[in-house]
Design a protein around this ligand. Structure first.
Ligand code: NJP
Length: 296
């Protein structure tokens, strides 16, 4: 028999979206940490989790944006506790997450989403930029996972979602540094999934294609200042957040968020090594365009 949701319990968030507060919602009262939640996909995910009744913990460095988000969730009838932390500071992050577990209860959901991009050809890559990208996109995720995994294993439950990228499946020209960090993340997830098999802990990767956020504005690397590229089949942060919640709810292993990429990736896995001549043409056009971009 289909379960009817009691809409009288719903409240409206400040953005006008319904806060779904049904008692049988699987997210209800679960402590959910979302890293990189001050804007973009992380913010949308924190809001979506709060709408489903999770006790949401948005985490990032930007205090003002996090406080705003916390207030928005609470005004909408949800519960949130903003945590100001830098995922590249292992000690600070662990103590912040230990505080969350102490004050709110064990972390049952982790969405490791904090990430930065890097744009530029390998020949130009600044080692410092590359280290920064790995510090956030890889080591920041390792620290986040290590902070919550022991508790999840003890309780034999929990969900860990790593926000990767289609660049974690195929490495595009001028994105070698970023792609390398996301390939490393894919390897981490694959290994972790085997290690926790049978423990009750769910590990997933979500691979967005282009998503309309401020991500393009915070790239590092020599070509980062170039005009934003044409971003085919770009999704919104809310659409991506909905996929992340679906992955948690249905304990999926990996989802490529945008369908054209989902269709193209298996074909590209075979053809990619032979596409250099076409990619060279695209690269030449881009180089010419970037030659006119201001220096960083
Ligand atoms: O990026 P953006 P998105 N410690 O720039 C936080 C992947 N992805 O939402 O600390 C803690 O709007 C930063 O907060 P703050 C991408 O690789 C995206 O688009 O306050 N947090 C902010 O909240 C990334 O993994 C696209 O500056 C740190 C957040 O990260 C994820 O999606 C395509 C931090 C970044 O928000 C979210 O990206 C794709 C630190 N050290 C994959 N450094 C896309 N947008 O097109 C940064 O395939 N943050």
């Amino acid at each position: 028999m289909a379960v009817q949701r009691d809409r009288s319990r719903d409240t409206i968030t400040a953005t006008g979206r319904r806060c779904r507060a049904s008692n049988d919602d699987p997210f209800r009262n679960r402590v959910a940490v979302v890293t990189g939640a001050s804007r973009g996909i992380g913010r949308a995910t924190a809001l979506a989790l709060a709408r489903r009744g999770a006790l949401t913990v948005p985490l990032a460095r930007s205090a003002d944006q996090l406080r705003e988000l916390e207030a928005e969730i609470e005004q909408g009838g949800g519960r949130a506790r903003a945590v100001i932390a830098d995922v590249t500071n292992d000690t600070g992050l662990r103590s912040a997450l230990a505080g969350v577990a102490r004050d709110l209860g064990p972390v049952e959901i982790l969405v490791a989403n904090a990430g930065i991009g890097c744009r530029g050809e390998i020949i130009d890559l600044d080692p410092g930029d590359l280290r920064q990208v790995f510090d956030v996109n890889f080591f920041g995720v390792v620290s986040s996972v290590q902070a919550v995994l022991p508790g999840m294993l003890k309780r034999r439950s929990g969900s860990i979602v790593l926000v990767s990228s289609v660049a974690g499946k195929r490495a595009f020209p001028q994105a070698g540094g970023y792609a390398a960090s996301k390939w490393a993340l894919q390897a981490l997830a694959e290994s972790l999934r085997h290690e926790v098999w049978g423990s009750g802990v769910h590990v997933a990767t979500v691979c967005p294609g282009p998503v309309v956020t401020g991500f393009q504005r915070s790239l590092v690397g020599r070509a980062a200042a170039a005009e934003p590229r044409w971003r085919p089949f770009a999704l919104t942060a809310d659409q991506t957040a909905d996929v992340i919640l679906e992955v948690i709810e249905h304990r999926k292993r990996e989802v490529v968020v945008s369908w054209p990429y989902r269709l193209a990736l298996p074909l590209l896995a075979i053809t990619w090594p032979y596409l250099s001549p076409f990619l060279q043409v695209a690269l030449r056009v881009r180089r010419r365009r970037e030659a006119g971009a201001p220096d960083r």
